[in-house]
Design a protein around this ligand. Structure first.
Ligand code: ZN
Length: 309
């Protein structure tokens, strides 16, 4: 089953909060919980509201896990600091380092401001969800983790896996006892209304596919995606990963064959950007997608050893 409309109880152990494009997860442990995803600023006030609705006291959240340092995965952290003053904020070493770079955080804040305005305009959020916490020059992380670490917290045992390809700092977490997988942006951005997959191998095609294969082999019962949905059920998870991999290979194949047919790289990228842009709600400008599709074309051609024109 694909759960796409938070807030929702995914299972006895997992709450899906936030909104469909920007979900946040609460993993329930023994007497305390772990909040997963740093998400966008506007989800700060929304998550507070949703926790209250589910009767979860703010003090229950003892840890906040960050999957990677992209603007749509870290900008609620300043608000989460205010909401959960006792919580430990955890991210990969690489992500923590990026969040110490003032220029990066400044750029993230700009994108976040744009997202707040367009979400307000589209009615997905209300004025009360406008982020109130001021974002500092950097976003501090308390504890860093690397591949092979296990985070033991509230009876949960979260295995840390470096899963690069989407970003160099991408990190996934797996709780083997409860078979809960936090897979971040390891799989394509899935738009169910159009059954459309937008692969996001911004930093490496081969690494992205390898990370996806590794996630698929875990046999998770619940897969907490970085965007749009949660998958519940081992068979559904398996099917989801299979389709995600096939879609990624097809997307890559398309780029490579168009380039081999002589279509200029920028042209391919703009075509792909138009395609995804028209399927998504208008949250970000077209040039955001052109830039990102440009990275996909670059990575595909690099992987295939095709010279760019
Ligand atoms: Zn991302």
């Amino acid at each position: 089953m694909m759960i796409e409309n938070p807030p929702a109880e995914v299972s006895g152990d997992v709450l899906m909060l936030g909104t469909s494009p920007y979900p946040v997860y609460l993993l329930k442990g023994e007497g305390a919980g772990v909040l997963v995803e740093g998400t966008i600023g506007a989800m700060g006030p929304m998550v507070a509201e949703q926790l209250e609705k589910f009767g979860v006291p703010l003090g229950y959240v003892r840890r906040v896990l960050v999957t990677h340092a992209h603007p749509d995965h870290v900008m609620a952290l300043p608000m989460f600091r205010n909401l959960f003053p006792g919580a430990i904020f955890t991210a990969s070493e690489l992500a923590a380092k990026t969040l110490q770079v003032e220029k990066a955080v400044g750029f993230f804040a700009k994108i976040d401001g744009m997202l707040t305005e367009s979400l307000l305009k589209s009615g997905v959020i209300g004025e009360r969800h406008r982020p109130t916490a001021s974002v500092g020059a950097t976003i501090p992380i308390d504890e860093t983790v690397v591949e092979g670490d296990t985070i033991e917290t509230a009876g949960l045992s979260l295995k840390v896996m470096a899963t690069p390809g989407h970003s160099d700092c991408s990190t996934s977490f797996f709780e083997p006892g409860r078979r809960i997988l936090v897979s971040a942006d390891v799989t394509p951005y899935y738009i169910s209304a159009h059954d459309y997959w937008w692969p996001n191998y911004f930093t490496g095609y081969a690494a992205y596919v390898a990370s996806m294969e590794r996630m698929a082999a875990l046999d998770a019962e619940v897969v907490c995606l970085g965007h749009t949905a949660t998958i519940r059920g081992a068979d559904e998870a398996k099917g989801f990963f299979q389709r995600a991999m096939a879609a990624t290979e097809a997307y890559h194949g398309r780029i490579v064959s168009e380039a081999k047919a002589g279509r200029p790289a920028a042209d391919i990228a703009n075509g792909l950007a138009d395609e995804v842009f028209e399927k998504l709600p208008p949250l970000l400008p077209l040039d955001f997608f052109q830039k990102n599709c440009g990275l996909l074309v670059k990575q595909s051609l690099k992987h295939a050893g095709v010279a760019t024109s």
